[in-house]
Design a protein around this ligand. Structure first.
Ligand code: GAR
Length: 188
């Protein structure tokens, strides 16, 4: 079972997932794909000897480019980890229920266009929430709109800064995302 991780930025989730599956006998991180050539996630992937490909947006959206690439690396399952480009319908069709995303809020709250990374935590702070969390969901044609697979929560206190909220939520991502991925792949 070969997974591809799609990234756009820092890559803490990407590296955590690579490390989690590094000793697996049957699940392998076969590719890290970035739409941005300066994504630090590419450095992390290199460090672990995982092949990387950079596919900027116009190319990423082309069926005749992306599907052969997935075939070349024999990709069975796609994991988005801080990937900010829109997933084209042809990919969703080719990988039905085999593309998942992580979002740093308890969807459906704080999802949709423009809601990524720090913007999410700022909105949670502004709304005065007493809890936040992470959501793993299938990718559909609607941004952050696919079927929810799992959510994990963490309590917030009024004195938490945006950075505190981000750190608490990030801790959940590190702790739970790889295990959720494995469960989905194994059909558990
Ligand atoms: C993660 O917090 C992830 O939940 C978020 O981007 C961050 C990527 O961090 N994803 C989104 O906001 C998607 N809408 P990383 O590059 O260090 O893994």
């Amino acid at each position: 079972m070969n997974i591809a991780i799609f990234v756009s930025g820092n890559g803490t989730n990407c590296e955590n997932i690579i490390e989690y599956f590094s000793n697996s006998k049957d699940i392998k991180t076969a590719l890290v794909l970035s739409d941005r050539e300066n994504a630090y996630a590419l450095v992390r992937a290199d460090k672990h000897g995982v092949p990387t490909v950079v596919l900027p947006k116009p190319e990423f959206g082309k069926e005749a480019v992306l599907l052969p690439l997935m075939r070349k690396y024999d990709i069975d399952f796609i994991v988005l980890a801080g990937f900010l480009a829109f997933i084209p319908d042809f990919l969703i069709g080719a990988y039905d229920h085999r593309i998942i995303n992580i979002h740093p809020s308890l969807l459906p709250e704080f999802g949709g266009k423009g809601m990524y990374g720090h913007h999410v935590h700022e909105a949670v702070k502004a709304a005065g929430k007493s809890e936040t969390g992470m959501t793993v969901h299938y990718v559909s044609g609607r941004i952050d709109g696919g079927e929810i697979i799992a959510q994990f929560k963490t309590a917030l206190s009024p004195s938490d800064s945006v950075d505190d909220i981000a750190a608490k939520e990030h801790e959940l991502e590190m702790k739970y995302y790889p295990g959720v991925i494995e469960k989905i792949i194994r059909g558990l």
